[in-house]
Design a protein around this ligand. Structure first.
Ligand SMILES: *Cc1c(COP(=O)(O)O)cnc(C)c1O
Length: 358
């Protein structure tokens, strides 16, 4: 088999080898059923067991309270950009958005189709290099939406933002879900496309409080109401079976590693090692403000686009792939999600050191 290289891709992203190996086995026969994992009926006992286990692990790892539902949906985080306002925002109400990067901007654009949007803060003027501290909320917003980790510009909220009154907090956690412990009770709804920290593309995890589901609009296509998926336990139609299976394996792996606190410690070590190097480097500069730095996506530049491109090529030749920054910001981006091995950070620093001195 071809040797695996260090994959710094922002998403789809690296998965644990043990997970891939177990999936490979079960592709031909799920356990001893004689039927491959992609070939089982989603309503059969074997897949039910898979789906239940994924939900149980999710609840256990994140300490999800009983009044929250765990849903496995399709359409990516981008579908949640409109599904959230479609269910909870009307022409008469206002939702508040914390705009900290281009994914938040996309979420805002969709919300405006359904109701009023108040931009509680925006980091756009500073090119999203920091999480703005001052926020201006509207009166009694329908919900407050934020993006916990900004995958493209490499910034991250250190903690959940405070919200006015009892406004439900809605979070796009696509690129840092389960990278650290979280207090689910502070949220109304959390969504995450799986392809960064949870598994393959094709499944979106949604954790949502029951009272919010009940309040959602009933005047929508059935499949676009959260209540449908809650009532049918994510089996209203054929669910993304492969994604749910893989997510279960990834969650099992996280549990074996010691859970979310252990993930956080590991992620902290990996990112700090890289930021330490960047802070001392005379050539490479981190682009995010220190107190807004992401532990998941480390963005940096040399200040010279041609040199950036040269470095990406050099790194690629050394077996480090996916370091080119997002096309909208340029430079470099090292994505260090849960499954990214710490040896890869060491390898990157080695290549940077040689590039810098030679
Ligand atoms: C990748 C990403 C998205 C887009 O996810 P899709 O599943 O491709 O729709 C949205 N938000 C954030 C924060 C992301 O990192």
């Amino acid at each position: 088999m071809t040797e695996r290289i260090f994959n710094f891709s922002a998403g789809p992203a690296v998965l644990p080898v043990s997970v891939l190996e177990e999936a490979r086995e079960n592709l031909l026969s799920l356990g001893d059923t004689g039927i491959g994992l992609l070939e089982h009926s989603h309503r059969g006992q074997a897949f039910r067991a898979v789906s239940n286990e994924t939900e149980v692990l999710c609840r256990e790892l994140a300490g999800i309270p009983d009044d929250y539902r765990v849903l496995f949906l399709q359409g990516g985080a981008s579908t949640q950009f409109f599904m959230v306002p479609m269910n909870f925002l009307t022409a008469e109400t206002t939702a508040d958005y914390l705009v900290t990067g281009s994914w938040s901007q996309k979420a805002v654009a969709e919300a405006k189709r359904f109701g009023n949007v108040n931009i509680a803060c925006s980091g756009e003027e500073r090119k999203f290099c920091e999480i703005p501290e001052t926020r201006t909320y509207s009166n009694a917003p329908a919900y407050v939406h934020f993006t916990s980790n900004n995958t493209i510009c490499g910034t991250q909220f250190a903690t959940e933002p405070e919200v006015p009154g009892d406004a439900p907090l809605v979070c796009d956690a696509s690129s840092d879900i389960f990278s650290r412990p979280l207090d689910v009770a502070r949220y109304g709804l959390i969504y995450a496309g799986a392809q960064k920290n949870l598994g393959p593309a094709g499944v979106t995890l949604v954790i949502v409080r029951q009272d919010l589901i009940d309040r959602g609009s009933t005047d929508l296509p059935t499949i676009l109401q959260y209540r449908t998926h809650a009532e049918k336990e994510s089996m209203f139609n054929t669910p993304p079976v492969f994604g749910i299976y893989m997510m279960g394996l990834v969650l099992k792996w996280i549990k074996q590693q010691g859970g979310l606190s252990a993930m956080q410690a590991r992620n902290h070590r990996k990112a700090e090692t890289l930021y330490d190097y960047l802070d001392k480097s005379r050539l490479f500069k981190p682009t995010a403000q220190r107190d807004s730095r992401s532990l998941m996506n480390v963005t940096f530049v040399t200040g010279d686009e041609q040199l950036d491109a040269e470095f990406v090529t050099t790194a690629k030749q050394a077996g480090l792939d996916g370091l080119k920054g997002h096309r909208s910001v340029g430079g470099m981006r090292a994505s260090l999600y849960n499954a990214f091995p710490s040896e890869g950070v060491g390898a990157l620093i080695g290549v940077m050191r040689r590039f810098e001195s030679g």
